[in-house]
Design a protein around this ligand. Structure first.
Ligand code: SF4
Length: 403
C-alpha cells in the first residue's frame, strides 16, 4: 500500500496500513520501498532476462546479470507452492459462500469448484516451473501435479491433476459436513478498513487505520462465539504448526478488527480469538508426532490488554515508517496537502530514505531484490530497468462503488 493517504490539517500523515505491508516494512524498509513506494517491482522472466543480459555490457553488469539469474531460478515468480495457497484460499471461499447461503455443498460441487479454479489460475503452467530446492519436494509435487485423473464432464476438459482433487476430496470428508452443522458464516472475503472504520491510534505525527481481509467470519452455532478465520497452506502440518500464530501481527489485527465490524453490524458479541484453518498441500506419508494429518485448526486467543499492546506497537512502527520517509528534521509539516508546494515528494520516491535491513536478505529463500541492493547505489537504477518490471502496488482489497 502506498503511504501516506493524506496529510491532515495538523500536518500528520493519515496512514492506512495492513499486516502484509507492515510486515514487509518490519523485515526491511528498503524492501517495503521496492514493493510499495517505487511502483511494485517483480523480476522479469528468465527468457526476457537473458535478453536483458545481452543488452548489458561490461564485466560488472555481466556479474550482476548472473546474480539476478540465480535469483530468478528460486524466486523469479510465485513459486508453485505459493500459488497452491492462493488456489486453495479461493476454493475455501467458494465452498463457504455456498454454506453461507444455507446450502450444503456436495462432493461433486467441491470437486468442480476445485477444478474450475485450478484451470482459472492456470496452475499447470506454474507446476511446470516448480523450482523447488529439495529433490524430495520436487518428487512429491510431481505427484501432486500428476495428470490423468478423469472426472465427469466439465466442458471440454475431462482430465485434471490428481493432487488437487485429493486435497479437495479429503477436506470434504474431514470438514465440510461438520462445518455445515456447526458454523453460521457471517461473511467470506470481507475486506475492512479502507473506509477508515478500524482506528488503531494517533500521535503528533500519524493517524493510523488498519486494513485487512480475513478469509471468513463465522459464528459457532453452539457457543455463539464469533471469529475471523484464515486459511493457511503448508507442505505438512508439523508438530510446530500450532505455535506459529502468536505472537502474530495478522491474527491480532483480525481479532481487533472483527470486534469493530461485529459491533458495527449491531451484534452484541465480544470477539477474542482467530481461527487458523491449516491444510497440508502434500499427503502425509504416515501420521507421526512430526506429521499430524492433513488438516489442523488452531484457535488463537487475545485478551484486551494484548490487543491494546498490539495497537501501541503498530502506532510506533508506523511512526517510524513516517520518520524513515520524512526524516526527523522536517517531521512536522503544518497545513500541507500531499501535493502542496512545500511537501517534498522526492523523499517518498527516494530509496535512500529507506534503511537496508541486511539481516533479512537471506530469508525465505533469498530476497528478490538482492541483485539491486548488492550493487553500488549508482548502478541500481540500471539494474531495475534491465531486470525488473513494475506491477501495481499491493492492495488488500478494493472498494466497490456501492460500498
Ligand atoms: S536485498 Fe536485503 S536490503 Fe535489499 S531489499 Fe532485500 S532484504 Fe532489503
Amino acid at each position: 500500500m502506498k503511504i501516506p493517504t493524506e496529510i491532515d490539517s495538523k500536518g500528520r500523515w493519515v496512514i492506512l496500513i495492513d499486516h502484509h505491508t507492515l510486515s514487509t516494512y518490519n523485515k526491511c524498509a528498503r524492501k517495503y520501498y521496492y514493493y510499495n513506494q517505487c511502483d511494485s517491482l517483480v523480476q522479469i522472466q528468465p527468457s526476457i532476462h537473458e535478453a536483458g543480459e545481452k543488452i548489458l555490457e561490461g564485466s560488472r553488469i555481466q556479474q550482476l546479470a548472473s546474480q539476478a539469474k540465480f535469483g530468478i531460478t528460486t524466486k523469479g515468480r510465485f513459486r508453485f507452492k505459493t500459488q497452491v495457497g492462493i488456489w486453495w484460499s479461493d476454493v475455501m471461499s467458494a465452498l463457504y459462500e455456498i454454506i453461507a447461503k444455507g446450502k450444503t455443498p456436495l462432493l461433486k460441487d467441491c470437486l468442480e469448484i476445485g477444478s474450475m479454479l485450478w484451470l482459472k489460475h492456470d496452475m499447470n503452467s506454474y507446476a511446470i516451473q516448480t523450482p523447488e530446492n529439495s529433490p524430495y519436494e520436487v518428487k512429491n509435487y510431481e505427484k501432486f501435479c500428476d495428470k490423468g485423473f478423469v472426472i465427469g464432464n466439465l466442458g471440454d476438459v475431462t482430465r485434471y491433476p490428481v493432487g488437487p482433487f485429493n486435497m479437495v476430496n479429503d477436506y470434504f470428508k474431514e470438514r465440510i459436513t461438520g462445518d455445515v452443522g456447526n458454523l453460521k458464516i457471517i461473511a467470506t472475503e470481507a475486506g475492512f478498513g479502507l473506509k477508515r472504520e478500524i482506528y488503531v491510534g494517533e500521535n503528533d505525527y500519524v493517524v493510523v487505520f488498519w486494513v485487512g481481509k480475513p478469509d471468513k467470519i463465522a459464528m459457532d452455532k453452539h457457543s455463539g462465539e464469533i471469529s475471523p478465520w484464515d486459511h493457511k497452506t503448508v507442505d505438512y502440518i508439523s508438530k510446530n504448526f500450532n505455535e506459529q500464530w502468536k505472537p502474530h501481527p495478522q491474527t491480532c489485527g483480525y481479532v481487533m478488527a472483527t470486534n469493530i465490524i461485529v459491533n458495527n453490524l449491531g451484534i452484541d458479541k465480544k470477539v477474542n480469538k482467530c481461527i487458523i484453518n491449516g491444510a497440508a498441500r502434500l499427503v502425509p506419508q504416515k501420521i507421526t508426532p512430526d506429521y499430524r494429518g492433513r488438516f489442523e485448526r488452531v484457535i488463537v486467543k487475545y485478551t484486551d490488554s494484548e490487543i491494546e499492546e498490539w495497537k501501541r506497537d503498530v502506532l510506533k512502527k508506523v511512526t517510524r515508517l513516517r520518520e524513515d520517509i520524512n526524516g526527523r528534521e522536517d517531521f512536522r509539516i503544518i497545513n500541507q496537502s500531499l501535493h502542496g508546494e512545500e511537501f517534498d515528494l522526492q523523499r517518498i520516491y527516494n530509496p535512500q530514505h529507506y534503511v537496508q535491513q541486511e539481516s533479512s536478505c537471506h530469508l525465505f529463500g533469498g530476497c528478490e531484490f538482492r541483485p539491486i541492493c548488492s550493487q553500488p547505489p549508482e548502478f541500481r537504477e540500471q539494474v531495475i530497468k534491465s531486470l525488473y518490471k513494475a506491477k501495481e502496488p499491493w492492495e488488500p482489497y478494493y472498494l466497490n462503488e456501492e460500498d
